[in-house]
Design a binder for this molecule. Structure first.
Ligand code: C2O
Ligand code: CU
Ligand code: CU
Length: 453
């Protein structure tokens, strides 16, 4: 995707079309184009005038996922942009260098508008990150990778919330080949899928290093061969391709390694194992499949030669300062297939625009315990802040999940505890959202809202 950089960022949400399948076009919603939007580059400390032009014949919103902005500017279901109007929030960039994203968040319509293509990446840069020896030449050694899966109907149109997603789109492209230099490169990976979880890794167990999670750099690079990414999650990775000139290397999702404990128990008579989205047969479930082929070319002249051994030092909020532990349960009222089917509830309730679920005190440190009482994992997301994971099912998170986060995959029948600080943005009226980032669950009402007062 092209870059949009500067103090004035204009985004036009518009109808478009793409040729994904032989025989004819697919109707899309793009941002400044036909599918997905430009990568917005922001610098910490800057004041940015954002203008979102809704050129659609329907309402939308534009949410700055992960950014620390006031609730009235964060593009939630409360910040509706009517058809053919403009919304112009002015924000100050308070976030740490990392990879964020933007997408519509109109209640009941989020999955549909995102599925049709309305989403884009945000890269925040800051001084600390800039002094580290990391690849940061966009499109040369630093690549955005937006992973999405889609289902098409017989007229080649997108099917929203289908459990039969079978086509992978990487940055909107089917079966992509990316030319990359034979050196250390950086990937900014966003799972922009509505429901599917990926377990990414390279062909041949090629080692890679995770350097950032959702909302910032990790303390140090973490060497990995696999990384699970749930809907809404981001990770920045370094991979050293220096020995691979003129060869190719595939980035995969290793579905068959999906642990049942996270994905829910197998349902008799279904193909539920390995699938977070469906409880039905699906050709991607439990399978290994290619996401992108890297075709390795000559190195550039500015290649970095080593993976740094340290990055930044993250400061977790102190649990002894916490004034409240909120218990948030994820459950279902569904009868159909036991507790695998929705609608899914938070604290026994379905979302209401008019109900504030709780108020948090400005400046407070809080612990949220998210207890998943269902047989599938749910990616839980909180607006307006970054949290740290204290534990997952009683165990400390692995090092790749010890950084700043705004989405956490809560395993089936387990609890996670999060710690966060409500630093800014008192607002007694407009709430922040928290919800499952499987967009079908969110639209269905697996969402709540809180005020900072
Ligand atoms: Cu990316 Cu409330 O969402
Ligand atoms: Cu968000
Ligand atoms: Cu969910």
């Amino acid at each position: 995707p092209p870059i949009l950089e500067g103090k004035q960022v204009n985004l036009h949400v518009q109808y478009g079309s793409m040729q994904f399948q032989a025989g004819g076009p697919t109707a899309t919603i793009g941002i400044n184009g036909n599918f997905l939007g430009p990568t917005v580059i922001l610098n910490q400390g800057d004041s940015i005038q954002l203008s979102v032009y809704n050129d659609l014949d329907e309402s939308t919103t534009m949410h700055w996922h992960g950014l620390h902005v006031p609730a009235r500017l964060d593009g939630s279901p409360h910040n509706v942009i009517q058809a053919h109007t403009v919304w112009s929030p002015r924000i100050k960039v308070l976030d740490q260098a990392s990879t964020y994203w933007y997408h519509p968040h109109l209640h009941g319509k989020t999955a549909e508008q995102v599925t049709k293509g309305a989403a884009g990446m945000i890269i925040v840069r800051d001084n600390q990150e800039s002094t580290l020896n990391l690849p940061r030449n966009y499109g040369i050694d630093d690549f955005p990778i937006v992973i999405q899966s889609r289902a098409f109907d017989t007229n080649r149109q997108f099917v929203v919330n289908s459990a039969d997603d079978h086509t992978l789109l990487i940055n909107g492209t089917i079966d992509p080949i990316l030319k990359v230099p034979a050196q250390i490169i950086r990937f900014r990976v966003l799972n922009g899928s509505t429901n599917r979880v990926y377990n990414i890794g390279f062909q041949g167990n090629q080692l890679f290093y995770q350097i950032a999670s959702d909302g910032g750099l990790l303390d140090a690079p973490v060497a990995l061969t696999r990384l699970m990414l749930a809907p809404g999650e981001r990770a920045e990775l370094l991979v050293n391709l220096s020995g691979l000139k003129d060869q190719s290397l595939d980035l995969f999702s290793f579905g068959s390694e999906l642990p049942n404990g996270i994905y829910g128990a197998a349902v008799p008579g279904s193909m539920g194992v390995g699938s977070i989205d469906g409880y039905s047969a699906n050709i991607l479930n439990g399978k290994d499949f290619k996401l992108i082929r890297l075709s390795v070319t000559a190195p550039t002249t500015q290649a970095i030669s080593t993976i740094p051994s340290n990055l930044i030092s993250n400061k977790k909020p102190d649990p002894s300062k916490s004034s409240v532990t909120r218990i948030i349960t994820l459950s279902t009222s569904g009868m159909g297939m036991g507790n695998l089917s929705g609608p899914f509830l938070i604290n026994g309730q379905s979302f209401s625009m008019d109900r504030i679920d709780f108020s948090a005190k400005l400046g407070a440190t809080e612990i949220w315990q998210i207890s998943n009482q269902t047989a599938i994992a749910h990616p839980f997301h909180i607006h307006g802040l970054q949290f740290f994971i204290s534990d997952i099912g009683g165990a400390a998170p692995d090092r790749s999940r010890q950084g700043r986060k705004d989405v956490v995959l809560v395993p089936a029948m387990q609890s996670v505890r999060l710690i966060m600080k409500l630093d800014d943005f008192l607002d007694p009226e407009i709430p922040y959202m928290f919800h499952c980032h499987m967009l079908s669950h969110e639209d269905d009402g697996m969402m709540g809202q809180f005020l900072v007062t």
